[in-house]
Ligand binder design. Structure first.
Ligand code: EPU
Length: 335
């Protein structure tokens, strides 16, 4: 274990923002993590850096969690319980599951980031969230350097939310996650219109999990910028949930506004639509802006600073509040 000094974090966050880490350590095993936490508690945990906006240098010890491995914990006739260590790349893990014909995560193909950070914001796409296949996770508590196990209920999952974004924020480091996946009779979810049309286009009538994954990859590549080409962190804001009365007022003014009914009294509206119709889509401000195909994605065209991106986010929030009386919550972790 060797602590490095003054490392640029540019290649460790998908926004590609260049800030300095005064101390940096790559962690390859749980033992190494325990060992360092005994000595040092002023740490900043880094996974895939895909849900992170860095607006300042980090003057803590940055721990890059690179613990690898996938293990079968248990198999029943219908299910497999798979443990993946935190440092596995999320998309590679999903592809590994598909190759072994383990079903459940195929709709979550091509999401950037690592397995260990996926439960923090309960990653989701195309009608599936990881909570749907989640079994449990293991952590090390920073303060006590003790191991803990959390089951699904204890993680308090919600829409892009969990206990690790709230009560336990910054208190635990996730070391592994166990998923319960199907071994046969996969329950496919292709309710999302874009998936259905992609399958129809390819004349696929009885899709496999691989077909769903392939369709999701095509759809994501069409709409979302590849962080290797244009720095970004996926959806920057959450889709807001508003009251039915509020929505009905908006709908009178904008009859074409898309929506999803959450309950009798609550409606979710796509933040991307609001941002586009407030005039921000594809607009560039210096080296930052919103993506030309998905206004909910803020981008770094090259040398944007975290502060520039954050300033644009504030400007969007202000405009959306003034135009629609809606508060947009930031989904990305801003440091
Ligand atoms: N829309 C616009 N203009 C835009 C973007 C979207 O009018 O610039 C409209 C679309 O036409 C559509 C609606 O908004 O009617 C929803 O758009 P989309 O299907 O692209 O999904 P989203 O609600 O913007 C959410 C997730 C994405 C996830 C997709 C697909 C959140 C915050 N985002 O986006 O997740 O991939 O659904 O399931 O819930 C992420 O979290 O990083 C992410 C990419």
């Amino acid at each position: 274990m060797k602590i490095e000094n003054n490392i640029s974090l540019k290649k460790f966050n998908t926004f590609g923002v260049d800030v300095n880490a005064s101390k940096f350590l790559t962690i390859s095993s749980i033992e190494e993590l325990e060992e360092i936490l005994i000595k040092e508690k002023n740490v900043f945990t880094l996974g895939g850096g895909s849900n992170l906006l860095l607006t300042q240098d980090i003057n803590k010890l940055v721990l890059l969690i690179a613990i690898k491995g996938i293990e079968i914990i248990k198999e029943t006739e219908d299910h497999v319980y798979l443990k993946s260590y935190a440092g596995e790349n999320w998309h590679e893990f999903v592809l590994w599951c598909i190759e072994h014909d383990y079903g459940g995560l195929e709709n979550l193909s091509l999401i950037p980031g690592n397995v260990g950070t996926s439960p923090i914001q309960n990653i989701g796409a195309y009608g599936v969230e990881i909570k749907d296949c989640f079994h449990s996770l293991e952590t090390i508590e920073i303060e006590t350097f003790k191991k803990h196990t959390f089951n699904k209920k204890e993680c308090e999952f919600g829409y892009r939310n969990s206990i690790f974004k709230n009560k336990l924020k910054g208190k635990h480091i996730i070391t592994s996650v166990v998923f319960k996946l199907s071994r046969n009779n996969h329950k496919l979810n292709f309710s999302y219109g874009a998936i259905t049309s992609e399958l129809e286009k390819n004349d696929i009538k009885k899709p496999t999990i691989k077909d769903i994954s392939d369709a999701v990859i095509v759809i994501r590549n069409r709409k979302l910028p590849d962080p290797k080409e244009i720095g970004n962190s996926g959806s920057f804001f959450k889709n807001p949930i508003i009251s039915k009365e509020h929505f009905e007022k908006l709908q009178k003014k904008y009859p074409e506004i898309p929506y999803y009914t959450i309950s009798n009294s609550e409606i979710k509206v796509p933040a991307g639509w609001l941002i586009e119709h407030a005039g921000f889509k594809g607009k560039r401000y210096g080296d930052t802006g919103t993506h030309e195909k998905q206004a909910l994605v803020l981008v770094n065209y090259g040398n944007a600073k975290g502060k520039d991106i954050f300033k644009l986010a504030k400007k969007i929030q202000k405009t959306i509040k003034e135009s629609y009386d809606i508060i947009l919550d930031i989904e990305v972790n801003v440091i």
